[in-house]
Design a binder for this molecule. Structure first.
Ligand SMILES: Cc1cc2nc3c(=O)[nH]c(=O)nc-3n(C[C@H](O)[C@H](O)[C@H](O)COP(=O)(O)OP(=O)(O)OC[C@H]3O[C@@H](n4cnc5c(N)ncnc54)[C@H](O)[C@@H]3O)c2cc1C
Length: 406
């Protein structure tokens, strides 16, 4: 077993981890980035569509192009591929990893968690019926098509209209599959509106809102699915069932932040499903920072990149023994607030706040402790994160809420 001392250890080499490495190495501290895969980039590797980097690089890039830009920015080679982090000891600050050379233990001054998210499995849909081949999560289907050049089948129905489902509908259609439609249990699409237009409408792929799959049919391979309309409580409406012949079902029913390594000793936010962080991306354990899809699911890589850079910078300061303000003030969820980042703040700096409303509003106001601080004269929706900079905040807890206006 080998032991190694590092100032800043980054777990995960997706956009958040790479951005953290860019800013940590600029501070001249000993930095190591561990990635369990043989390549860095995380989900960027399989996202060969455009739409990345409009904010950060002022260009529309593909996922791999965005990743290359980050590599260019990274001044030092600190990446260690094929390293899986197995355990973090919150008392000794030791991080146990498995590499091609066996177990390596890192003694760290600070740690940045950038482990991203995993897909919700089919079982979360609770669909009765047979378990046959031909059912894939969108991420697996995307990997098959974009990386291994294999089609999952001939005729496909997609479940879930989040961005991943929408992008996969278009991708499979372009690659020659018969895409019969996308079913969405909610009354409105789960992904960005630009993706609904560019991925479905431009390709004549039907979007069936307030619908779900209620049965699978087949012997060894999927032969058909039954879909049904649902009421406002998501219960199937009898008499609306329809059997559709497909040999492939692609499920895109959400991502779950991956935090198994820290959730036993770091304060977690049950709504974001990630660690509670402050504006420095510091968790409740003062030497552990976090950024990216593991703290909350983000729709834009640019936000993930920004968080990674902040985490890298402040983790380096802590590693060098510098102190920065305590974050004793909380953002509290008031009416209609879903994802909220950060949850704590010091009140000493300006910083960005990210919010997802729980439901859509045509016109609305955002309030901090009953004071209107933002007016939205356009439709806001859960699928699009709202971001804006806050400054000169009072050093006290702030209840955040969204209210509809006429
Ligand atoms: C299909 C899809 C389409 C998207 N489209 C767009 C778009 O058009 N425009 C846009 O701006 N954004 C888009 N996004 C969002 C954006 O790409 C992601 O939010 C962002 O890339 C997530 O980066 P991350 O670093 O947080 O996570 P990830 O990319 O998931 O990276 C996490 C990394 O951590 C590693 N890891 C996890 N656990 C361990 C461990 N124990 N030890 C070592 N390594 C570990 C993983 O292997 C992975 O490489 C899309 C996302 C998806 C999924």
């Amino acid at each position: 077993m080998r032991r190694e001392k590092v100032d800043v250890l980054i777990v995960g080499g997706g956009a958040a981890g790479l951005a953290a490495a860019i800013s940590a190495t600029k501070q001249g501290v000993k930095t190591v980035l561990l990635e369990r895969d043989r390549n860095t980039g995380g989900v960027l590797n399989q996202c060969i569509h455009n739409g990345f980097g409009l904010h950060v690089y002022k260009e529309e890039l593909t996922g791999p192009e965005f990743m290359e830009r980050m590599w260019e920015e990274l001044e030092e080679d600190v990446i260690r591929p094929n390293f899986t982090v197995l355990k973090i000891d919150p008392n000794s600050k030791e991080v146990v990893t498995l590499s091609e050379d066996g177990i390596v233990v890192f003694e760290v001054k600070t740690l940045i968690m950038a482990t991203g998210a995993r897909e919700r499995p089919l079982s979360s849909l609770r669909i009765p019926g047979v378990r046959v081949s031909g059912v894939y999560t969108a991420g697996v289907a995307q990997r098959m098509v974009n990386i291994y050049n294999r089609l999952p089948g001939k005729r496909v129905l997609i479940v879930g209209s989040g961005d991943i489902g929408l992008i996969m509908a278009r991708r499979l259609k372009i690659e020659g599959m018969d895409v019969v439609g996308v079913v969405e249990i909610m009354p409105e699409p789960g992904g960005l509106i630009r993706n609904v237009v560019q991925c479905l409408e431009d390709f004549d792929i039907p979007l069936l809102l307030s619908h779900t799959v209620i049965d699978l049919h087949g012997d060894e391979r999927l032969k058909a699915v039954t879909i049904s309309k649902v009421d406002e409580n998501w219960n199937p409406i009898p008499g609306t069932e329809k059997k559709i012949e497909v040999d492939t079902l692609v499920t895109s029913v959400g991502l779950i932040p991956q935090n198994e390594l820290i959730e036993d000793f770091v304060e977690m936010d049950p709504i974001n499903r990630g660690p509670v962080v402050d504006e420095f991306m510091r968790t409740s354990v003062d030497w552990i920072f976090a950024a990216g899809n593991n703290i909350a699911i983000h729709d834009l890589v640019d936000f993930v990149y920004d968080e990674g850079k902040i985490a890298g910078y402040y983790a380096s300061l802590v590693a060098r023994g510098k102190k920065f303000p305590e974050s004793n003030n909380r953002f509290l969820r008031g009416k209609n607030i879903g994802v909220l980042l950060p949850q704590k703040f010091s009140g000493e700096h300006s910083f960005k706040i990210y919010i997802r409303p729980k439901r859509s509003f045509n016109r609305s106001v955002l309030k901090f402790n009953d004071k209107i601080i933002r007016k939205f004269n356009w439709r806001i929706r859960p699928s699009e994160m709202i971001d804006f900079v806050v400054k000169n905040l009072d050093k006290k807890d702030i209840t955040v809420e969204v209210n509809e206006i006429d």
